[in-house]
Design a protein around this ligand. Sequence first.
Ligand code: HEC
Length: 482
Amino acid sequence: MRLWMGRAAVLALGAALPLVSAAQTQSVAALPDMTLATPHRFERVAYDLRVPWELAFLPDGTLIFTERDGHVRLLGPGHDATPALRTAVALGNKMGMLGLALDPDFASNHYVYVAYDHVAGDNPSNEGERRFQLRVARYTLEGNQLVQPKTLIDGIPAATNHTGCRLVFGPDGKLYITTGDADEPPKSQQLDQLNGKILRLERDGSIPADNPFVHTPGARGEIWSYGHRNPQGLAFDARTGTLFESEHGPNGGDEINIVERGANYGWPVIDHAAAHDGMRSPLLEFSPSIAPGKAILYDGKAFPELRGKVIVALLRGEGLLVLDRDGNRLSHPRRLFFQGFGRIRAVTQSPEGYLYFSTSQYDPAEGQPRQDDDLIVRVVPSAAPTVYPGITPRSPTAKAAPLSPTQHAIATHCAACHGPDLRGGSAPDLVTRHFQFVTDPESLKALMVHGLPDRGMPPNPAITADEQALIAVYLAGVRAQH
Ligand code: HEC
């Protein structure tokens, strides 16, 4: 830690050395599959979840995880996943309860940091005010409950897309936060805006004196690096302080970067492998898109073949990306567990070195929720390759029972909030609800497009007229029977 602080101080005096140059960007078009040499089996840890976004372990081995629809849950001896926190969040494509990190001194102070989106302001009809914002708050774990919230930072622009958000403590004891461009790409380049940045805060939310832009007039002192599009993975090498980052690109161009103090990662001026003076091109660039989520550096004992590797959860890639690492060089990208788990959002290692990962099928538009989704799965060394009870990993090509067009429309556009049959999830049961804003089929269809943004239902310009009609007919039918 001291060593790393020393290096940061040196960099603060001069311009950061460009460790990564455009010429070194490696473009990756196809991922070969890999298998683990260690015999292993999959075990289902939890199921019927709604996008478990972050997974972590308390010192006693209890699993703590966020669920995008507004929960933090504990699972382990004495904890049965009853919510430790249930918070009203603004839910959207990529919005809700997102990042989570434990305080480096969690064992003594029991602090847990979470990031979630909310509807901004008391007066949401004020057009000048941003509707959705990301807030990072510190809670204290008391028994089974997260209590005493203290907001560390708020007002980070959020949107149904591109909202980050990963929280990670560095070996320097500071909290690092990824933010998306919130669908306003130019702001990623603006130092007076918090969109499209990696932020660095003290544990109490104050701004560290050695942040790069604290003395730049007009700049937000929280900023550590900028020019990001939608970074969702952040992993430190605690020994060297090297910070690896994964980021979603536009139409492919997904990135793996090493993040350095004050550096500009180019979005939206450059993307893919493009180069520009004063901007960093990625270390690795993936086209077509693999959609990288959380990243870790594996150093567990359970799977020696993964030691020292960078591992990244893949949403579109439906597996785990494994990269060899030699200092600041990453090579030999390949894919693990591409065997029907579907979209994978987060990966972590348990105290025993087992791999835990979570699926992300309840992502409107891209996801295809199946029975029992979403899952948390762990991978355990075992000579008996038993498949965990209840679930057989499905062949990536053979889809489960096909959905009817109506079910498909609901799964794509509504299920993440209202449940697969619209009988309620994090948003109301639409079968028994007495509608407040809907008067006839036409106003119902209009509501599907325009949403109720002030009340947590985002607009959905992607829904087709056919889909609106199918859902309206379905709702009329089930509501009449009720
Ligand atoms: C991102 C979450 C989300 C998605 C996706 C979503 N909704 Fe909603 N919806 C909500 C929330 C939250 C409310 C409750 C607003 C309130 O009353 O406070 C709501 C309310 C409604 C209402 C009640 C309106 C009334 O008059 O009371 C209807 C009808 C509805 N949604 C239909 C749909 C349909 C159909 C879809 C899919 C095409 C959909 N919603 C997708 C979150 C969502």
